[in-house]
Design a protein. Structure first.
Length: 365
């Protein structure tokens, strides 16, 4: 192993010295890992359909490469079989990941690199939990999912899993945390599934148009055209969940309503799935007004990132205040996402974590 003292000293701490490389893959079975005393084991996982197995492994085995990278093992595909070599824990996790993804393919679903990473996170998380003697032996991964007309969305992190389950059982749910964690996307998916099942009569999606402020009147077009740019992420999520023509009809008929927060005043929203996005940019009065719109047979989901408040300096965020005031209130569930739950690009998660660390350092010098 070659290490250059000069080069490592001249590089910032977060840059890996390219001369400091780990040993190459390809050790024979029975050898021990340089970083662990655990003996390597080898298992073969065989699937009954060659075409599905090929899809499971990914183009040029890209899905297997993700499993190798994240679980620190070797995965070699031959036809409908994959040979796994690594620690006993890692190979068992990889087997369960492959099993659950293959089951999705059997059910007619598609899988992506993000699905593979999500299944790996779930496998690691399930192993980290204490198993009681009375519980069944671990088998396939049990991840919460949301089914809509266009697709089935599976939880990709333990927090997403808890979030989906919270939406199942509570009438009011707060989902807070950084961008890229899926809090808004999953909320819209859940609302779409409720509408399709007939559990609600309509969907109401709202955001505060804080960025525009007094400048809203100077934007071109009618009111819908003025506020649409601020509501675009909600439109995008809707079109991901439902056929485009169905979304258009629902928007025209009012079954799906997308409106700025100011339009909610004075209304009682019954038999509806109601989502407030970017809630960190609400004032205290706006948040109280919105929360008290909840009517019979409705479910309300509030999402936001308390670290990205665009309100004028010194103004209290309605989201931050509500989380504190409503903590003891029965029937309300709050789920907090962190940088570890970012499901966009892995680099996004590391960027969020770096900013969080920087903020903590400035808050506590």
């Amino acid at each position: 192993m070659n290490q250059s003292t000069n080069s490592s000293q001249s590089l910032p701490g977060f840059i890996t010295d390219p001369t400091n490389k780990k040993s190459e893959k390809g050790t024979t079975a029975g050898n021990k890992s340089e970083s662990s005393d655990q003996e390597l084991v080898r298992i073969a996982v065989v699937f009954d359909d060659n075409k599905r197995a090929s899809t499971l492994f990914g183009q040029y085995d890209e899905h297997l490469a993700i499993i190798e990278r994240d679980l620190h093992l070797d995965a070699v595909a031959r036809g409908n079989e994959v040979n796994l070599r690594g620690s006993a824990v890692a190979t068992d996790q990889a087997r369960r990941v492959l099993d659950v993804l293959y089951a999705r393919l059997e059910g007619g679903e598609e899988i992506s690199a993000g699905d593979v990473e999500g299944a790996i996170r779930q496998a690691i998380a399930s192993d980290a939990q204490m198993t009681l003697p009375t519980m069944e032996k671990k088998g396939k991964l049990a991840m919460a999912a949301i089914s809509t007309a266009k697709r089935t969305i599976h939880a990709r992190t333990p927090t997403q899993d808890a979030y989906i389950r919270a939406m199942d059982r509570a009438e009011m749910i707060f989902g807070t945390g950084p961008a890229g964690t899926g809090k808004t996307y999953l909320a819209v998916a859940y609302a779409a599934s409720l509408l399709e099942r007939g559990a609600v009569d309509r969907i109401i999606l709202s955001r505060p148009a804080v960025e525009a402020g007094e400048r809203l009147g100077f934007l071109p077009g009618d009111m819908k055209e003025k506020v649409d740019p601020y509501l675009r992420p909600l439109y995008d999520a809707l079109y991901d969940m439902m056929p485009g023509d169905k979304v258009e009809r629902a928007l025209t008929s009012g079954i799906i309503e997308i409106a700025p927060l100011a339009f909610m005043r004075g209304r009682t929203l019954a038999h509806a799935a109601i989502i407030l996005d970017e809630a960190q940019n609400t004032t205290s009065m706006q948040m109280k007004m919105f929360l008290t719109r909840l009517g019979e047979g409705s479910k309300m989901i509030i999402t936001g990132d308390p670290s990205q408040i665009d309100l004028p300096s010194g103004q209290i965020s309605g989201l931050v205040e509500a989380l504190r005031i409503l903590k003891p209130v029965e029937g309300i569930v709050s789920v907090g996402f962190t940088a570890a739950d970012v499901v966009r690009h892995k680099l996004v998660g590391r960027i969020v974590e770096a900013y969080d660390t920087h903020s903590r350092g400035h808050a506590h010098p």
